[in-house]
Ligand binder design. Structure first.
Ligand SMILES: Nc1ncnc2c1ncn2[C@@H]1O[C@H](COP(=O)(O)OP(=O)(O)OP(=O)(O)O)[C@@H](O)[C@H]1O
Length: 261
């Protein structure tokens, strides 16, 4: 069984079908790209996978160590608990909290102490808090953000805010990480650095990654397989070199981005 199995997934908004009968699978350890022209349905598909939208029909199954879990219709926080984390196209940080607190809040998803020990300030609470702080700082270090841990998130430059979003997603200890346009707004050097970091965290955290990205140089370089959406429908899937040569894909992009990479 694949780590993620999506079967005939559909989402309609009134008369508009944003995601239409999409079936796809992601194997454990894979790094898979999801591409398509503007309005193709990529973000809607992410929103379905992460519980933001309830599917109109179809199923989303996640394999958790042999136990198959249906994710369709779960609330976002329950999807996160199942081991699926995401970043957003438009950055969503707690902008008036510090960098460190942004990460600690994300981590509290996995804390083991109960409310009573938190109120009573018992040892267990303190030990776990210390562990969480150390773990948060280790994650920030990977993205060269630990020296900014006490700054407010809103004061970080744009590229670092995007990095902090990835740190927050990692803090929930996901098995499947969904990245929505991680390189959006980055210059070529920043994109190159991000490409390297994505490859590194994948190995370090034993992650499976699905990413939406318009930057074809990033997609073609790091993805092993790519799915292509157009008007809500899956029009192609395959290895990067197959996608570049696919006629339907070239037509959907009017021959532009896919072959400029
Ligand atoms: N909540 C909603 N209500 C109505 N229509 C929506 C909603 N969300 C998305 N859509 C429509 O669904 C279609 C797919 O949008 P979506 O944002 O998923 O595309 P996308 O591939 O992510 O585009 P982009 O690359 O521009 O971000 C669009 O026509 C969009 O207007």
């Amino acid at each position: 069984m694949s780590l993620l199995s999506v079967d005939k997934l559909t989402k309609s908004f009134g008369g508009l079908t944003a995601v239409s009968n999409v079936s796809m699978h992601i194997e454990k350890g894979e790094l898979v790209g999801l591409i398509g022209p503007n309005g193709a349905g990529k973000t809607t598909l992410f929103n379905l996978l992460t519980g933001v939208y309830v599917p109109t029909s179809g199923s989303i199954k996640l394999d958790r160590d042999g136990k198959i879990k249906e994710l369709g219709g779960l609330k976002p926080y329950n999807v996160t608990k199942e081991g699926l984390a995401r970043t957003f196209q438009n950055i969503r940080l707690f902008k008036d909290l510090t960098v460190l607190d942004n990460v600690r809040i994300a981590m509290h998803q996995n804390v083991r102490y109960g409310l009573s020990s938190a109120f009573l300030h018992l040892d267990k609470f303190h030990n776990e808090e210390d562990e969480l702080r150390a773990e948060a700082e280790r994650l920030l270090d990977i993205f060269h953000l630990s020296h900014k841990k006490n700054e407010l998130a809103k004061n970080l430059p744009y590229g670092e805010q995007r990095h902090l979003e990835i740190v927050r997603a990692l803090a929930t200890k996901p098995s499947l990480l969904l990245l929505d346009e991680p390189a959006a707004g980055m210059n070529p050097q920043e994109t190159k650095a991000l490409t390297d970091i994505i490859g590194w965290i994948r190995k370090e955290f034993d992650l499976t990654i699905l990413l939406i990205e318009h930057d074809m140089s990033l997609v073609m370089k790091i993805c092993e397989r790519i799915y292509v959406l157009d008007y809500g429908m899956l029009i192609a899937s395959g290895r990067p070199e197959e996608i570049r040569a696919n006629k339907k894909v070239i037509e959907a992009y009017l021959g532009e981005d896919v072959n400029n990479a």
